[in-house]
Design a binder for this molecule. Structure first.
Ligand code: NAD
Length: 267
């Protein structure tokens, strides 16, 4: 009889460190999430691409041999206990990544936008973690990886909802680490600076408007001023960090937040 545990761990030591693992990546159809999906799949995991963008998720799932969960993570009415239990079934690695950005001074910030961002980027991660933990505890293994931001550690003007959500996510991640440690579950954040993704491309336009400068000057005058390494982070660099946090090598890493910001937060 084949011992599945031994088979999985043997193949994990042979260059497929995530073989036998099932991962779910929210916002996995684009940008950082897509790079995370590819990094986890390349290391042997089966990956569920969870996204509101069905076409994008389907194309990527076909590319990596994964599967999809079409979901609007802002619609908490649809995130019932049953729906979440089904989506989380067998998931060993949960990556909370889906996010959006709105840039406006507080006095002009629409309360509905604030609410929606907090729902997508803080309440939904809480609901997914809550649904994933019982089976992770039963399996005595789990990896929760939350895609925070340098804005989970430091603030910037005009991003009240985003900064609030990411600071909250850093706290939620630490509480998850403290509760999960005795059950083999780790929980960590990755906190990138500006990453070359569609979200940042849109932000260049928005930042130019709110700061009253040409788009061509946004990188040098706003986004990269604090960075010691004057370039955007590449999504694949974040993917590699997430894949390491998901691996057995990171078993003692929990409650941490890993910046990848070219030195921004060191100032
Ligand atoms: P992106 O816009 O490229 O991708 C976001 C993904 O989330 C998309 O696939 C989108 O369809 C999905 N999504 C959006 N709303 C959703 C919803 N309601 N339900 C389900 N899926 C939804 O963005 P990105 O730059 O890759 O950002 C991913 C994460 O990384 C976000 O949490 C963001 O805050 C964080 N982050 C980004 C940067 C950056 O500079 N790009 C820096 C630090 C942190």
């Amino acid at each position: 009889m084949t011992d599945l545990t031994t088979a999985a761990s043997n193949s994990r030591t042979e260059g497929q460190p995530l073989a036998g693992r099932r991962a779910l990546v929210t916002g996995g159809a684009s940008g950082i999430g897509a790079a995370v999906v590819r990094a986890l799949a390349a290391r042997g995991a089966h990956v569920v691409v969870a996204d509101i963008d069905t076409a994008g998720a389907t194309a990527l799932a076909e590319e990596v041999g994964g599967s999809i969960w079409t979901v609007n993570l802002m619609d908490t009415d649809a995130l019932t206990d049953d729906a979440l239990a089904t989506a989380m079934s067998g998931v060993d690695i949960l990556v909370n990544n889906a996010g959006i950005q709105r840039i406006n001074p507080i006095q002009d910030f629409k309360p509905a936008d604030f609410h929606n961002i907090l729902t997508l980027m803080l309440e939904a991660p809480f609901l997914l973690i809550r649904a994933a933990l019982p089976q992770m505890y039963a399996a005595k293994f789990g990896r929760i990886i939350n895609v925070s931001s340098v804005h989970g550690i430091r603030a910037s003007p005009f991003k009240s909802a985003y900064v609030s959500a990411k600071h909250g996510l850093e706290g939620l991640s630490k509480v998850t680490a403290l509760e999960g440690g005795a059950h083999g579950v780790t929980s960590n954040c990755v906190a990138p600076g500006y990453v070359r993704t569609p979200l940042v491309e849109k932000q260049i336009t928005d930042q130019a408007l709110v700061h009253g400068i040409p788009e061509a000057e946004v990188l040098s005058k706003i986004m990269l001023t604090e960075s010691a390494i004057k370039r955007l982070v590449e999504p694949e660099e974040v993917g590699s960090l997430v894949a390491w946090l998901a691996s057995d090598d990171a078993a003692m890493v929990t409650g941490s937040s890993y910046t990848m910001d070219g030195g921004w937060s060191a100032r």
